[in-house]
Design a protein. Structure first.
Lengths: 345, 303, 261
């Protein structure tokens, strides 16, 4: 897609995203907010799976770190959200890096097993009622109030939605900038040919850990926002099935596109809602997601959003102006190596 | 004979816990053997292994506990359903992905996990309490020298698990199909040159492996919470046992299963935290992966 | 034998490597002088790959020493070797298949830049500046390699001959002092190999980079190398300029022996 078409598209999307929810009901707005928050988790997978190629089935565990940090600090110890949230994000990043350490040596298959084990461990041990009481000081669920941003109290659903929209957009932009820049290239290089990458001088360990930490940080941020959005934090919503579900949706949408994040997040939230409207139990959503995942892997392996983007790109293709080749005088010659004296045959 | 209580722990209970651990371990071993079979022959780590077991077990539940048929009929139905599911997964969703990286096929099984889990929840209720499938009476006998009662059902579980595991080993060693499976596991291309129908052998491995998962599922229902999620999660326990067996050695996988069963049960003597089984499993997974992938160590053969 | 006078850039002395009961390399020595193109040839199983691994630092010899400009190379982690000025190409290419040709080269520049992820995320002036510089360098190299029209093609979509060129370019981006080439003619036909030979000579003239080349292709080695070492059964059979090697009886026998068996 040409740069201009993309900019126009983004502008249209931005206008819709800001204006339309203003006229929606509170309930729909809060759904949209949760959709964007889920979108942050999908974004974390775009970074980890799309760039580095590592599959993770424990993103909600990282989100839980963010959520519970905010929950316990704000509700039980009365910290400000603006202090608790960065701490939660940082905590999630640390956990992410810890999970990344074994990932340094494990191939994709075994890493998958590890992340499932991590998810179960968090879900059934750390967040289970027995262990958690030790951390939480007896509270089994935290009630978190809405914070204020720059003096504006985010208590109305529209204000909070705008705040989440802004956060999501900034994060998406960040990941998009990663992709365009050195980070995206280096991570994808590591994914494609590790050995060659390290031969070029790339520090595999540092980059892989950084990718895990950043991905976990995004999920942790989502968790922190979720705590505030729902207004309470309890041990139910961060289990393995959630992590599997978000990974499935991310794969279906296509982990190579940043746009998948928004699409995936909204799908995760509005999918069950639509089912509810149709009078069908929202339990069907996971089933449909699973089925979609299977079908998508067989039919459109790149993911639906990525596929759509390619097709749209073909449709709107303009011939990009050819850049004039840079003259070869740009190359400089090493002058500290003495010229050869060997005899040539 | 009185054992002193140390640190408030009553070691009297050790034999009892040992029995539980062994029974649990037997089931894990059985599930793990099925998993390793599927992995070695088709190269796919079947994340839906537990979900298949769960679904098959629920059909057994439906047939026997709900509709009143004898337990063993339920078990047979479960085996049939398990094998059918295994076949369906392989034939319809793995085979079309021939040539794609193994990881893609694994993600497909994750899709199946979601589908089967939700379907079971919709049919039978996700959180409802279900009566376990009864195969044998719960009366038991006392173990000589201790005051531990071993239930006939517990004994049956271990024996059945071992029988099936041995049966698979025999299948692999002595039958044509088994030899074909081993050939394909070693090198599918060479096997094809020998005239072996790799497709048929692969489908067979999925059916046998899933059937074993079904048996494991039926056997385990009295031991753990019988709901859609807990059984699905058994796949991780099967993985752990399989990892201990380095994903290749069936005897070691069986040993791994028993090890895990005991490792999950003993801590219950010391701690009443509800997730200790998972904490132990997690630790074992880390440990096994660490040993398998230690720097300089021989890598596990990954397809 | 024609004397070689200039300073040794790479030196392998009395290298011995044993794998279990097999002696892969037996007291093998080799020297690459600055500005030279040195070739290492030998029949299959002679130990060329093992030797190459010792030189690239992947393998540490059981006895003997490999030094690059006086620094011992065995056991050095890859990014340290890169900083010393060693670069290599790969027999199996190992290109970054998901990246375009341009991006493949830009990554090589990125590897040596110091900016972190944050700078990328916020598109700081430093990041933008380095990004432009990297792109310019990459495009210049693409132009030198005659790959400018393929700048935006995915590496995996390029034909093998162009992929080899890209692999070579990727190794050159970091302005290495020593370039190690692992079977660069593998998979190329006669014409492509001739093109490669010309390219290697152009690279040497333009970049003044020293090269060690391991390959089977006699035409390439004879055309390009100043000095050739011959390895057989882990031992250095002989060495000398191409004209001598071409007529050397022992060498011919070693290769004929391979053809027979």
């Amino acid at each position: 897609m040409s740069a201009r078409a993309r900019r126009v598209g983004l502008l249209v999307v931005a206008v819709i995203a800001i204006a339309w929810p203003a006229i929606l009901s509170d309930y729909s707005r809060s759904l949209a907010t949760d959709g964007l928050i889920s979108g942050l988790i999908v974004l974390s997978l775009v970074l980890l799976t799309g760039f580095v190629g590592q599959i993770s089935f424990c993103q909600y565990s990282f989100a839980a770190v963010g959520a519970f940090t905010v929950g316990s600090l704000v509700a039980a110890h009365h910290w400000s959200f603006w202090l608790a949230m960065p701490l939660g994000v940082f905590g999630a990043a640390v956990v992410g890096a810890l999970v990344g350490i074994p990932a340094l040596r494990l191939s994709g298959l075994f890493l998958t097993i590890l992340t499932v084990a991590v998810a179960l461990f968090f879900d059934r041990f750390i967040l289970a009622s027995g262990t958690w009481d030790a951390f939480s000081g007896g509270l089994s669920s935290f009630v978190v109030g809405r914070p204020s941003f720059l003096g504006v109290h985010l208590d109305t659903s529209y204000r909070f939605y705008l705040f989440v929209l802004g956060t999501f957009s900034l994060c998406s932009l960040g990941v998009w900038n990663f992709r365009r820049g050195k980070t995206g290239r280096v991570l994808r290089a590591i994914r494609d040919a590790e050995v060659a990458a390290s031969t070029l001088g790339i520090n595999l360990t540092a980059w892989k850990l950084a990718a895990f930490a950043t991905s976990a940080a995004l999920a942790g941020l989502a968790g922190a926002l979720l705590a505030v959005s729902i207004g309470s934090v309890s041990t139910g919503g961060y289990d393995l099935v959630h992590s599997l579900g978000v990974a499935a949706v991310a794969t279906v949408m296509g982990v190579n596109s940043v746009a998948s994040a928004a699409a995936g997040g909204l799908f995760l939230v509005f999918g069950p809602e639509i089912l509810r409207h149709l009078g069908v139990s929202s339990q069907w959503f996971n089933l449909i997601t699973g089925a979609l995942l299977i079908v998508q892997l067989i039919v459109t392996p790149d993911g639906m959003v990525t596929d759509f983007q390619h097709k749209l790109g073909h449709l709107l293709r303009h011939r990009a102006a050819r850049k004039a080749p840079v003259p070869a005088t740009e190359l400089d010659v090493r002058d500290d190596v003495p010229v050869r004296t060997g005899v040539r045959s | 004979m009185g054992l002193p209580a140390v640190l408030g722990v009553n070691f009297h209970l050790t034999p009892g816990y040992t029995v539980i651990g062994i029974v649990l371990g037997g089931v894990y071993a059985l599930a793990a053997v099925g998993l390793v079979l599927i992995y070695r022959v088709s190269g796919v780590l079947n994340f839906a292994h537990g979900a298949v077991a769960m679904f098959a077990t629920f059909t057994a539940y439906e047939v026997s506990t709900v509709k009143g048929a004898p337990g063993w009929i339920g078990a047979i139905v479960a085996i049939a359903v398990g094998a059918a599911l295994g076949f369906a997964i392989e034939y319809f969703t793995i085979r079309p992905l021939h040539g794609r990286p193994a990881l893609v096929k694994v993600v497909v099984t994750i899709g199946w996990l979601l589908v089967l889990q939700t379907a079971a929840g919709l049919i039978w209720g996700a959180t409802a309490y279900h009566q376990p499938v009864r195969l044998v009476s719960r009366d038991g006998f006392r173990l000589v020298g201790t005051d531990v009662t071993v239930g006939y059902d517990q004994l049956t579980t271990v024996i059945v698990a071992l029988i099936f595991a041995l049966a698979v080993a025999a299948l692999l060693r002595y039958t044509t199909l088994g030899n074909a499976m081993r050939a394909v596991a070693d090198n599918p291309d060479t096997a094809r040159l020998w005239g072996i129908s790799v497709n048929r052998v692969t489908a067979a491995s999925w059916m046998v492996g899933s059937a074993m998962a079904a048996v494991a599922g039926v056997l385990i229902t009295p031991l753990i919470a019988f709901d859609t999620f807990s059984l699905t999660v058994v796949v991780i326990y099967a993985f752990t046992a399989a990892l201990i067996g380095r994903l290749s050695s069936l005897p070691m996988t069986v040993v791994g299963g028993f090890l895990l069963g005991l490792a999950q049960t003993y801590p219950r003597m010391f701690s009443s935290l509800s997730g200790t089984a998972d904490a132990v499993t997690f630790a074992l997974v880390l440990l096994t992966l660490g040993v398998l992938f230690r720097p300089g160590g021989r890598k596990v053969r990954v397809v | 034998m024609t004397p070689r006078f200039s300073a040794a850039l790479l030196e392998a002395e009395h290298v011995t490597v044993r794998f279990g009961g097999v002696t892969a390399l037996d007291d093998a020595s080799l020297r690459v002088n600055a500005g030279e193109i040195v070739g290492l040839i030998g029949p299959n199983g002679a130990g060329k790959t093992t030797f190459f691994n010792c030189v690239t630092g992947v393998l540490k010899p059981d006895t003997g020493l490999v030094t690059f400009d006086g620094v011992e190379v065995g056991g050095l982690p890859p990014h340290r070797r890169s900083r010393l000025g060693m670069a290599r190409t790969f027999q199996n290419l190992q290109l970054f298949s998901g990246l375009t040709a341009l991006e493949n080269l830009m990554v090589a520049v990125d590897a040596h830049s110091s900016r972190g992820m944050l700078a990328d995320a916020f598109r700081t002036p430093l990041a933008l500046f380095e990004e432009r510089r990297a792109e310019e360098r990459a495009r210049a190299l693409l132009h030198f390699l005659n790959l400018s029209d393929r700048a935006d093609t995915l590496a995996s979509d390029l034909p093998v001959g162009l992929q080899r060129r890209l692999d070579l370019g990727r190794a050159l981006v970091g302005r290495p002092r020593l370039l190690l080439l692992d079977e660069p003619a593998a998979g190329l036909d006669t014409r492509e190999t001739a093109d490669l030979a010309e390219l290697l000579l152009r690279v040497r003239d333009r970049f003044n980079v020293t090269m060690l080349l391991v390959d089977h292709d006699m035409a390439l080695v004879m055309r390009v190398c100043d000095h050739i070492y011959v390895l057989d059964f882990g031992k250095m059979l002989t060495e000398g300029p191409p004209a001598e090697i071409r007529q050397n009886e022992t060498v011919i026998r070693a290769y004929l022996g391979e053809a027979v068996s």
